[in-house]
Design a protein around this ligand. Structure first.
Ligand SMILES: Cc1cc2nc3c(=O)[nH]c(=O)nc-3n(C[C@H](O)[C@H](O)[C@H](O)COP(=O)(O)OP(=O)(O)OC[C@H]3O[C@@H](n4cnc5c(N)ncnc54)[C@H](O)[C@@H]3O)c2cc1C
Length: 531
């Protein structure tokens, strides 16, 4: 059967969807509205992890060929700080200029007969009655989503960190994270090559530093076009050594706060949404374009398979894509949080521990070792040189309490939580005022970041040590870091997994001073690492 389809938005998601649908249904009438001209492209590059492109490449090799012919490929990620450069191998990735991937997708869509209308803002939904299906692929500020109203259950969570997107003519070898401290505070750049002429250069900082540096003067409410020249000059100077004196290149470059978007329902009647319009994940996990293109693959397949029953097609699309997107968004959360705290880590850790902390955001030491044994060897060697033993066998002094090693147990005795360390059995209290001398304070982490402030109020007094249970690995980690890095307390993180790899990871990375394996059913929580 033949259907009429209107797609709003010609970013990677909309272009790929229309091209795939038209390939599967040559008889369909497929129109794409894009408000920009075909050659316009804001931003710089897009980075993809090699391991994650199977589904997109199977649907159409346009991205794979584009990366091969025009992209840049690398295997190692580098971290630069305090005159130290570390690399983490085994991370195959490739990047391409956004302009190039859009051009290639436009060519593919043209080849198969998509009617692309550039320079045209899409009509409102109520003016698109002639179409059987309308697809909103109109990006993070989707007007389509807005017109569908609150029934979709859309939420947007704004990160506290500020970011700005530049390019630079300095060519980096691969994905490079550069940390610099100015008299105003910490800045970090995510840099990677996207062509023979250009690298992407995204910079992040915290709100306070941004204000102190006077980088808050640019009027971000003015229409797209002008870039923040003052920031450009400031960052060119701060990162001069890293970009080898080359300029930063601006393209509508302005400070913003990243917004993580989630949406409960991705379709309503004959309107379906895809890509950034319904979900975003922090750019440090490099998945936005991939997710939009994967949405396109599944939506095109389902519409082609059930053109006579679009409700079924859209329901299937949503059922298949939502769990996969949720998984990526879950892994992006700790990553985003890392970027909100990098100044704390910069000040607390030496470069090697800082690097290990960064790479262990969502994977444990054994997974890191599989990719790059040298990095792990170096981190373990440095720990041993400083402490004289490996992490789990390093003694720990917490106030008057001495632990021979750092792998402990949490259990209960007659309803009271007890920390077991060798032959010692130390009762714990959950009442801050009772925690003193050799009595440790047991804190229950919240299930989400929103609950952290309330729990932090309990982190008062001068306990010999704090034991952090409950919640999930992410919230326990945030609490543990607050305890040890910001408040100078000895922190023992509870872990359900009896495997030693997560425990070694937590200690070696500086997230915790020690780990207690959870043997108390009352405190069971999620697994430590799921990546
Ligand atoms: C700093 C930063 C770095 C990023 N880095 C990466 C990365 O490395 N890897 C990665 O995969 N992703 C990255 N992303 C995310 C990526 O850019 C997006 O996830 C991706 O572009 C989403 O594609 P989309 O097609 O859903 O939306 P978009 O690319 O936003 O496309 C939407 C299109 O709709 C058009 N449009 C909007 N409204 C209308 C209208 N009313 N009528 C007509 N047209 C309209 C817009 O002009 C636009 O062309 C990054 C994002 C940011 C902010």
């Amino acid at each position: 059967m033949t259907i009429r389809v209107a797609c709003i938005g010609g970013g990677p998601g909309g272009l790929f969807f229309t091209a795939l649908l038209k390939q599967r249904m040559p008889e369909a009438d497929v129109v794409l509205f894009e408000r920009n001209q075909a050659s316009d492209a804001f931003g710089f590059g897009v980075v993809f992890s090699d391991a994650t492109l199977r589904r997109i490449n199977e649907a159409d090799p346009v991205l794979r060929d584009g990366l091969k012919n025009f992209g840049k490929h690398w295997d190692s990620i580098e971290v630069w700080l305090k005159d130290d450069r570390r690399s983490f191998g085994g991370n195959g990735m490739a990047a391409i200029h956004r302009k190039t991937i859009l051009r290639l997708l436009q060519e593919r869509a043209a080849q198969v007969g998509v009617d692309m209308r550039f320079g045209q803002v899409a009509p409102r939904l109520d003016e698109l009655g002639e179409y059987d299906l309308i697809v909103g692929a109109d990006g993070a500020n989707s007007l389509t989503r807005e017109q569908l109203g609150e029934a979709l259950g859309h939420t947007a969570e704004t990160a506290t960190a500020k970011f700005i997107w530049f390019g630079t003519t300095n060519l980096f070898n691969g994905l490079t994270f550069i940390h610099r401290r100015s008299e105003h505070g910490n800045f970090a750049a995510h840099a990677y090559p996207i062509s023979d002429e250009l690298s992407t250069f995204i910079v992040e900082t915290d709100q306070e530093t941004w204000r102190k540096a006077g980088l808050d003067e640019f009027d971000v409410s003015q229409p797209p076009g002008p870039s923040d020249a003052k920031t450009q000059r400031y960052l060119e100077k701060l990162f001069a050594e890293d970009i080898e004196g080359q300029p930063l290149v601006a393209n509508n470059s302005r400070w913003a706060n990243f917004r993580t978007r989630q949406t409960k329902t991705w379709h309503c009647g004959n309107v379906a949404l895809l890509g950034d319009a319904v979900h975003t994940a922090h750019f440090s996990v490099g998945s936005g374009t991939k997710m939009a293109m994967e949405d396109a693959v599944v939506l095109a397949r389902e519409v082609a398979a059930h053109a006579g029953n679009l409700e079924l097609a859209l329901t299937n699309y949503e059922a298949e894509r939502q769990p996969e997107v949720a998984k990526i968004q879950n892994s992006a959360r700790p990553s985003l949080s890392w970027w909100e705290h990098f100044s704390r880590y910069y000040q607390a850790f030496e470069p090697l521990q800082f690097t290990f902390h960064f790479f262990s955001r969502s994977i444990d030491i054994e997974k890191i070792r599989q990719r790059d044994p040298e990095l792990v060897d170096a981190a373990e060697k440095e720990w041993k040189e400083i402490h004289g033993a490996d992490p789990l066998n390093t003694p720990l002094q917490a106030g008057p309490v001495s632990f021979d090693g750092r792998l402990l147990r949490l259990t209960t005795s007659q309803g009271t939580p007890v920390l077991v360390a060798g032959a010692q059995e130390l009762p714990l209290t959950e009442v801050p005022e009772e925690a003193s001398g050799s009595t440790g304070l047991l804190i229950t982490a919240p299930d989400t970041e929103d609950g952290l402030d309330a729990v932090l109020e309990n982190l008062s007094g001068t306990p010999a040590f704090v034991v952090i249970a409950g919640g999930n690995p992410f919230t326990r980690s945030l609490l543990s870091e607050e305890a040890r890095l910001a408040r100078g307390l000895t922190s023992i993180m509870v872990n359900d997994d009896p495997d030693t790899a997560p425990a070694v990871t937590l200690i070696l990375s500086g997230r915790a001073d020690a780990v207690a394996i959870n043997e108390a059913p009352a405190f069971h929580s999620d697994k430590a690492f799921d990546a």
